[in-house]
Design a protein around this ligand. Structure first.
Ligand code: FAD
Length: 436
C-alpha cells in the first residue's frame, strides 16, 4: 500500500477542498480492509474518493482519504452470466475500452467516462434512457468493506437488503471494493443531433421520449433554441463522425470555442444573451453511428459547477418552462445550456429514479461565475415539483427533505445504523443528507 501524509484534496470543479489527516492508496482488498481497521483504531473517519467529479462535499474528509488509483482492473468477464467484475477504482473509460476489446458493452452511461466505477455509481450517475436506467442499475453484484473491516458481498440473492441500498450508497455503508455489472454484446447506436425550437421540443416531449431509446436535449438560456439528441440501436454499418466534423463539433464548438465564449461571458455578462442567440443558431444537424460509449460520452474540458434535479417525468415540461420564465424575467446571465434527460423507474432505495419514471433538469454555471442566485431560484422550482437532487451535484436539501422525497429513506438509514453505527464513514455531507 502506498501511503502519504496530508495534502489538500480538490474536486474537479475546484469548489470543494479538504485536508485529510492522511491518504492511503490500497493495492488490494486486504490492504483496503487494513486501512479501514487502522483508521478506526486511530479514531479517524474514513472516506474513499473517486476522481473528484462530484460538485458536492460527498467525498470530502478530514480523516483518512482512500484513493482509488491502485485498486483498479478487471477481475473477471463471465460470458455465461454476461457480467464483468471490476475493482472499485477502475475508471469508466478503462472499463469501456476493455469491454469494447472483448466485443461487449454496458447498456447505458452518462456524458463522460472519467469517473471511477465506485464513485460514479455511489452518487447515482446516469445518462438518458427510455428503458435503460443509471449505471448503478446495471450492477448485479457488489462487495464492500464495512466498518469492522470485514468483507460483505451482496446481490439480488445474497444479502438482498444490502444490495437494494448499497448500489447507490453515497459512501455511507462502507468502502466498495468491487462491482459486477451486467454487460451485453457490443451494439451500434445511431445518433441524430438536431436543433429544434424550445416550443416544439416541449410540446412534443412525450412523443420524442416514447419514440427513442435515448432522448435528450439542451436548451440555450436567453433563446428559444434547443439541440436534441436521439440515440437508437442500429444494424449499422458504423459511420463515426468524420475526423474533421467530429473535431469541429466536439473539440472546437463544445470545448475550445465554448471556453472562449464562457470566459467572455464571465468578464462581460451583458454579452451572454447575444452570444447565446448566435451560437445556438450555429449548430447544425448531424447523424453518425458508432459503438455505445463513443456515442454516449464526450470530453468536457470547460470547467463548470452543476446542479441537477430529478422530477417525475410528467412534470418536466412544466418545470422547464418555469426555468425559462425565471431566466427571462430575472437579471441572470447564463452561458451554459440546460440539459434534460430521462430514466425509467428503478428499484434502488436512494436512486433519484427510485420507484418513479423520471426526467432530469441540469443547470450549470461556468467556473468562477457566481451560481447561488441561479441555483437557488431553480432549486425552488424543482422542489415544488417533488424534485430529488443528484447526490453528486450542488444542492441544499437535508435529511428531513429526503425522508419525504424518498419513500425508502428509512430503509437506507436503518441499514446504515446496522452497518456503520459509529459513523466511521461519516462526514459533514452525510450528516446533512442522512442525519446523524
Ligand atoms: C464533467 C462532468 C460530467 C458529469 N456528467 C455526469 C452525467 O452525465 N451524469 C451524471 O449522473 N453525473 C455526471 N457527473 C457527476 C459525476 O458522475 C458524479 O459526481 C460521480 O459521483 C463522480 O464520480 P467520481 O469517481 O469522481 O467520484 P467522487 O466524486 O470522487 O466521489 C463520489 C462519491 O462516491 C464515494 N466513493 C468513491 N469511491 C468509493 C468507494 N470505493 N466506496 C464507497 N464510496 C465511494 C465518495 O465518497 C463520494 O461520496 C458529471 C460530473 C462532471 C464533473
Amino acid at each position: 500500500m502506498s501511503g502519504a501524509s496530508s495534502s489538500t484534496w480538490r474536486n474537479w470543479a475546484g469548489n470543494v477542498t479538504a485536508r485529510p489527516v492522511r491518504e492511503v492508496s490500497p493495492a488490494s482488498v486486504a490492504e483496503l480492509a487494513d486501512a479501514v481497521r487502522r483508521a478506526a483504531e486511530d479514531g479517524l473517519k474514513v472516506k474513499a474518493v473517486g476522481t473528484g467529479h462530484s460538485f458536492t462535499t460527498a467525498a470530502a474528509t478530514d480523516g483518512v482519504l482512500i484513493r482509488p488509483d491502485l485498486l483498479t482492473g478487471i477481475r473477471e468477464i463471465d460470458r455465461t452470466a454476461m457480467t464483468v467484475t471490476v475493482e472499485a477504482g477502475t475508471p469508466l473509460k478503462r472499463l469501456n475500452a476493455v469491454l469494447a476489446r472483448e466485443g461487449l458493452s454496458l447498456t447505458n452511461m452518462g456524458d463522460i467516462m472519467e469517473q471511477t466505477v465506485a464513485g460514479a455509481t455511489s452518487t447515482g450517475t446516469h445518462g438518458t434512457g427510455r428503458d435503460s436506467a443509471s449505471i448503478a442499475a446495471q450492477i448485479t453484484g457488489l462487495e464492500l468493506i464495512t466498518a469492522d473491516g470485514s468483507l460483505l458481498k451482496c446481490s439480488a440473492e445474497e444479502n438482498p437488503e444490502v444490495f437494494a441500498a448499497a448500489r447507490i450508497g453515497l459512501g455511507a455503508l462502507g468502502v466498495v471494493s468491487a462491482l459486477t455489472f451486467a454487460v451485453e454484446p457490443e451494439f451500434l447506436l445511431t445518433a441524430r443531433e438536431e436543433p429544434m425550437a424550445f416550443d416544439r421540443v416541449t410540446s412534443e416531449f412525450d412523443a420524442l421520449h416514447a419514440e427513442n431509446e435515448h432522448f435528450e436535449f439542451y436548451w440555450f438560456p436567453h433563446t428559444g433554441n434547443c439541440n436534441t439528441k436521439r440515440n437508437n440501436r442500429s444494424a449499422g454499418p458504423a459511420a463515426p463522425p468524420g475526423r474533421v466534423s467530429g473535431w469541429i463539433e466536439d473539440e472546437f464548438m463544445s470545448n475550445g470555442l465554448f471556453q472562449v465564449v464562457c470566459s467572455l461571458g464571465r468578464a462581460v455578462p451583458a454579452t451572454i444573451p447575444a452570444i447565446a442567440k448566435v451560437s445556438s443558431r450555429a449548430l447544425s444537424a448531424r447523424t453518425y453511428t458508432d459503438i455505445p460509449y463513443k456515442v454516449f460520452t464526450s470530453p468536457r474540458r470547460v470547467r463548470f459547477v452543476e446542479m441537477e434535479y430529478a422530477v417525475p417525468r410528467e412534470a418536466v415540461v412544466a418545470a422547464l418552462r418555469e426555468v425559462r420564465a425565471l431566466v427571462d424575467r430575472s437579471g441572470l446571465r447564463v452561458s451554459f445550456p440546460v440539459e434534460v434527460r430521462t430514466a425509467p423507474a428503478d428499484d434502488i432505495a436512494l436512486s433519484t429514479a427510485s420507484g418513479r419514471d423520471t426526467a432530469y433538469i441540469a443547470v450549470h454555471m461556468y467556473k468562477g461565475t457566481p451560481y447561488q442566485a441561479y441555483f437557488t431560484a431553480v432549486e425552488r422550482i424543482m422542489t415544488a415539483h417533488a424534485g430529488r437532487p443528484h447526490w453528486g451535484k450542488v444542492h441544499t436539501r437535508d435529511a428531513e427533505y429526503f425522508a419525504e422525497a424518498y419513500p425508502r429513506f428509512g430503509e437506507f438509514t436503518a441499514l446504515r445504523d446496522r452497518l456503520d453505527p459509529d459513523r466511521l464513514f461519516g462526514n459533514a455531507y452525510l450528516r446533512r443528507v442522512l442525519g446523524d
